[in-house]
Design a protein around this ligand. Structure first.
Ligand code: TXA
Ligand code: MG
Length: 355
């Protein structure tokens, strides 16, 4: 299949006539059962008609994703939620008021019009109202309900730029809307409102502290930051070794100079064994590192830039054919919790503490 790539001005509400026409065409592709990748504020999504079983099947096939892993339904107006849920708790309204449009996904009881293929057979549905204007316009032209997982091949880091989408899905989908680099870089926060108290199933840009300002109580799925709980994560997608680079990743915790000494000595040993080595760090410590490839996530202490750059850096390690990667760690608070969650999953929970 020939994948058409259409460039659109990112982040503007005022689309040109040509762009408006492209978005209308993209919407028609989705209405007719086709697939269009598009930017959101978190990561690029692979969009299909959420209310069409066949579209959901095509999404799973294009990504090579297990079909028991449910999709998020994206809407563009709050009122649309009524058609796809069987119940709308007060907490959902309050969260929507506080965080929509934006990087928050809510799990709610589904109505019969959402097919099992979209929800992976669950009786709940994940719903998000994104803020990216390209996403919202596309959803409106697509009939209002767009199922969109991250637009990567299953098991690869989520795409934060259009070339990453083309690398994974070029030739497998009808169209890619190129809206440039995304702003946040990690997938949305997922909150399950079908349990009491509500539970965070995936940490993201909307942090636990932010949710606590709206909800009386909110818990976190225990599997999020631990590898050996013996429990299955409650978001089915979180059980897969996701976000993974091809090289083996190890997270190193401790005092910066000791972390650097450990990483450098391990990388030297790996090199002797003929491995290509990589180190992921932040600017302040970068000059301490010795490896074949050293990549920067941004200024030390700037978690927003680390979130934005993480997936691109993991992809660059693949492109550079690095076999062993060492990464700095982040404090598990605020946005740091989401960064550590993705890093830990990419590392298969391999963490070394140096002292
Ligand atoms: O930021 C995002 O959320 C991006 C953009 C494109 O919107 N989308 C995204 O979708 O990350 P995906 O498919 O890569 O991740 C969806 C996650 C999976 O872990 C899935 O298991 C979980 O949401 N999920 C979906 N429906 C669910 C449900 N009914 N109950 C529990 N977890 C659910
Ligand atoms: Mg994904």
């Amino acid at each position: 299949m020939d994948t058409k790539i259409e460039k659109l001005t990112a982040g503007t509400e005022a689309f040109s006539q040509r762009e408006e026409e492209v978005l209308r065409r993209a919407g028609s592709i989705i209405k007719e059962g086709g697939l269009v990748a598009f930017p959101t504020e978190t990561v690029y999504g692979l969009g299909g008609d959420a209310l069409n079983r066949e579209s959901a099947r095509r999404i799973y096939a294009a990504k090579g994703r297990p079909s028991d892993n449910p999709l998020i339904v994206h809407i563009c107006q709050f009122e649309q939620i009524h058609a796809i849920v069987s119940e709308l708790p007060r907490d959902a309204r309050r969260l929507a008021e506080a965080f929509w449009p934006g990087p928050l996904t809510m799990i709610l009881p589904k109505s019969p019009c959402v097919p099992d293929e979209t929800t992976g057979g669950l009786d709940t549905v994940a719903i998000r109202l994104p803020s990216n204007p390209i996403a919202r316009k596309l959803i409106a032209y697509s009939g209002g309900y767009v199922a969109a997982p991250s637009a990567n091949l299953s098991g690869r880091p989520s795409p934060t730029a259009p070339d990453a989408v083309a690398e994974d899905l070029g030739g497998r989908i009808e169209m890619i809307l190129d809206g440039g680099d995304v702003g946040i870089g990690l997938e949305s926060t997922i909150v399950d409102l079908t349990v009491s108290p509500p539970q965070i199933l995936r940490p993201g840009y909307v942090t636990q502290e932010m949710l606590r300002q709206v909800l009386e109580k909110v818990d976190t799925d225990v599997t999020i930051l631990a590898g050996d709980t013996g429990q299955a994560p409650r978001a089915p997608g979180m059980k897969y070794r996701h976000y993974a680079p091809k090289g083996e990743l190890v997270i190193v915790k401790g005092e910066p100079d000791k972390v650097a000494a450990y990483m450098n000595s391990q990388a030297a040993l790996d090199s002797e064994r003929g491995e290509r080595t990589g180190i992921i760090g932040t600017k302040r410590w970068l000059s301490l590192y010795r490896a074949d490839v050293v990549k920067c996530l941004g200024e030390s202490g700037d978690v927003e830039s680390a979130a934005r750059n993480l997936y691109a850096v993991l992809r660059q390690m693949d492109q550079e054919q690095v076999g062993r990667i060492y990464s700095e760690s982040f404090a598990e608070q605020g946005l740091g919790e989401a960064i550590m969650n993705r890093l830990l999953k990419a590392a298969g929970f391999r963490v070394v503490e140096v002292s």
